[in-house]
Design a protein around this ligand. Structure first.
Ligand code: GCU
Length: 675
């Protein structure tokens, strides 16, 4: 059961009472952690806290240089130390890679080991998760390595403490207090991230304030880095492309100008003097008003490579976002592919292109971004959004793993290669005197804020948790992840768990049905994107207006992206292109994304589009009501305060689902009356 305020997240380590719990105590007699650096302190502290709370027995944690061979010892150490000190070596088939770990039993002791200390930390959390979720720990033989090297949270946090698309209060970074005052929350944040394998954090918003690169802010970022480092997290910054002009007083930011390159060289040397293990830059360029290389007749690769070249000697990387649009194109969703695909092969090895999961913008249901089927010679990072900008924000309970899994499992190359494989393909590429190893990554826009419960409700942390788990291992199912989170957070009352699982596993479908069924998209209210407004005409740009996307008229509904329309569909490889182009084979969930469909067209249900639309919106309302009912049914199993806090959100969700239906159905059907 979570603490009422939700602060402990999935790490409350409530005493366990499972079929295995008695056995645990008999298998764990003492714990020894190899004495080395800061991370080993973290490992020892975590084991002490967790075992004492979970098993209710005091285990002194010994930090040792040499290990005892007493049966029942849990030994946490890197592989080198293990071999040197115990002579015990890992079974060959359990050898982890990168920052992966192995958990195995030998000589009646349990070994938590890895190549790096970070790996031992991840192994420690994995071991504790076995106990939290009531799994057997006899004869352990587990090996697990991360799917991608960079598992990153992108904070869209501004330096004034506000958060773009943040729904859980102010930023957790207290820039005014840094570097002298270190909030204890930084450590707790880092610990939660590390527990699910997250190893990188971009501290500030992609719409960045250039002064993040001022000396005083670098000192503040360095103070944060010193806390996060102990949990294996490296710090990145979003930077403004025009910084050499804004901060350096130069007359240009042209990436080919020697004075500009020199300015970046000096700035990057300064950053590394503050943060020796600095990760690199995240760049939003030539997008939504942010400056970029276009002003100088340069392309995105020119911009990325200049920074890549300067960061390379330090081991830093450049994450260059593909989220661009707004240059008079006939279909906004086509822009990233149109600009980036021709640049394939021209990006440096320590740069990557970060691509949102869909071609438009984090919609409730969006076809996979076609760039994942292109750019074979470029490192591609996947960008997800944990914060629910378009999915009911801090109010709607929507478990996002099923949506992310659909992206990761999508056969994008139409040859059996799914997006997960595409982004996790590791290469070692020589770069001057250096080698860039496995530039693979997944990033997600964080939903974390200064609210006591971190994410705005007791349920929203599930998506933070799920992101970390999937970035580590995208083959996990969304059910497995949901159950893990639920047990670790809420305990193992089966009735409660069943209720929570029902809610989690049905929430995304409900949201799509009551918001944007059948491939509708971007019909949210102007600017803040909460609630429906398909008729909205506000905004300076046509491609910010819902009508641009739904294109309702007396003939029908939907954006024609076939060859008769924008031909956006041609950005997918065959046979996907053919699948999506044909109105008969296009999956119905993407129907109105790719097609302008006649109102009387009969869909697979036997209903016409007109009737199906009304049916889906009504279904969404019913599904939202069922989520609420599932919570009401577990009332006796949850402390009142938590029960009411969750119910309050579900009430809003049910009310909002009705608003979506009551706005969208009459609005869309009014076009059919014009016939
Ligand atoms: C969306 C979002 C913006 C954000 C942008 C981005 O458009 O509404 O707030 O800045 O995505 O990803 O850069």
């Amino acid at each position: 059961m979570p603490r009422t305020d939700g602060y402990d997240l999935w790490l409350s380590y409530e005493p366990i009472d499972t079929e295995y719990s008695k056995k645990y105590a008999s298998l764990i007699k003492q714990v020894q952690v190899a004495e080395s650096g800061d991370i080993s302190d973290v490992i020892a502290n975590e084991l002490e806290l967790a075992l004492n709370k979970l098993l209710g027995t005091y285990y002194p944690i010994h930090k040792v240089k040499s290990f005892s061979d007493t049966p029942g010892t849990v030994i946490a150490a890197t592989l080198d130390t293990l071999i040197d000190e115990t002579g015990c070596s890992i079974p060959v088939d359990l050898m982890p890679k990168d920052d992966g770990y192995a958990l195995f039993t030998a000589h009646s002791s349990i070994y938590i080991t890895a190549i790096s200390e970070k790996g031992v930390l991840y192994g420690t959390f994995a071991f504790l998760r076995l106990l939290q979720t009531g799994k057997p720990i006899e004869n352990l033989r587990i090996s697990s390595s991360p799917a991608v090297r960079y598992r990153m949270l992108d904070h869209w946090d501004n330096l004034d403490g506000s958060i773009e698309r943040g729904y859980a209060g102010k930023s957790i970074w207290k820039w005014n207090d840094l570097p002298s005052r270190i909030d204890s929350r930084y450590k707790d944040y880092a610990r939660a991230c590390a527990s699910v394998g997250i190893n990188a954090a971009v501290l500030n918003n992609v719409n960045t304030q250039p002064y993040i690169l001022h000396e005083d802010y670098l000192e503040k970022a360095a103070a944060l880095a010193s806390v996060l480092r102990r949990y294996g997290i490296s710090v990145f910054l979003s930077v403004n492309f025009a910084s050499p002009m804004i901060l350096g007083g130069l007359g240009t930011a042209d990436p080919c100008n020697p004075a500009v390159i020199q300015w970046w060289k000096e700035k990057i040397a300064e950053i590394y003097s503050y943060i020796p293990d600095f990760g690199g830059f995240l760049m939003k360029a030539d997008s939504e008003g942010q400056p970029g290389p276009y002003a100088y007749g340069r392309n995105h690769a020119d911009g990325a490579n200049m920074l890549g070249m300067v960061l390379a000697p330090y081991g830093g990387i450049v994450i260059w976002r593909a989220f661009i649009y707004g240059f008079g194109e006939n279909d906004r969703a086509k822009k990233p592919y149109a600009e980036f695909a021709p640049l394939d092969g021209s990006f440096m090895p320590n740069t990557c292109v970060q691509v949102k999961n869909g071609a438009c913008d984090f919609q409730p249901c969006e076809p996979v971004h076609p760039l994942f089927g292109a750019m074979e010679k470029t490192n591609l990072f996947l960008e997800l959004q944990i914060t629910q900008e378009y999915l009911g924000q801090g109010n709607h309970l929507v478990y996002l793993a099923p949506m992310w899994k659909e992206v990761l499992d999508f056969d994008i190359a139409a040859d059996g290669t799914n997006v997960g494989q595409r982004i996790s393909r590791k290469k070692s590429i020589p770069l001057g005197e250096h080698t860039v190893d496995g530039m693979t990554g997944m990033a997600a826009v964080s939903n974390i804020g200064a609210d006591k419960n971190w994410c705005g409700s007791l349920f929203h942390p599930v998506n933070w948790y799920a992101f970390g788990r999937l970035a580590w291992d995208y083959s996990l199912s969304s059910e497995e992840i949901a159950r893990e989170w639920a047990v670790c957070t809420w305990g193992n009352d089966e009735t409660l768990l069943n209720g929570i699982m029902y809610i989690l596993m049905n929430s995304w479908k409900a949201c799509v049905d009551y918001m944007t069924p059948l491939g509708l998209h971007h019909i949210m209210k102007y600017d803040h994107h909460y609630g429906p407004d398909p008729a909205c005409d506000e905004g300076d740009r046509e491609d910010w207006k819902p009508r641009y996307y739904h294109r309702a008229d007396k003939e029908g509904l939907g954006f024609d992206r076939t060859a008769k329309g924008s031909n956006g569909v041609a950005q997918y490889r065959k046979p996907l292109e053919e699948l999506f182009s044909n109105v008969e084979t296009c999956p119905e969930k993407y129907l109105l994304w790719f097609h302008h469909v006649g109102w009387d067209k009969v869909l697979s249900s036997g209903r016409t589009l007109k009737d199906e639309l009304a049916y889906r919106y009504n279904l969404g309302v019913e599904e939202a009501d069922k989520l609420r009912a599932a919570w009401v049914a577990v009332r006796e199993h949850v402390p009142l305060e938590q029960y009411e806090a969750v119910l309050e959100k579900l009430d809003i969700q049910c009310k909002d689902a009705r608003e979506w239906r009551d706005v969208c159905v009459p609005y869309f059907l009014s076009f059919t009356e014009e016939c």
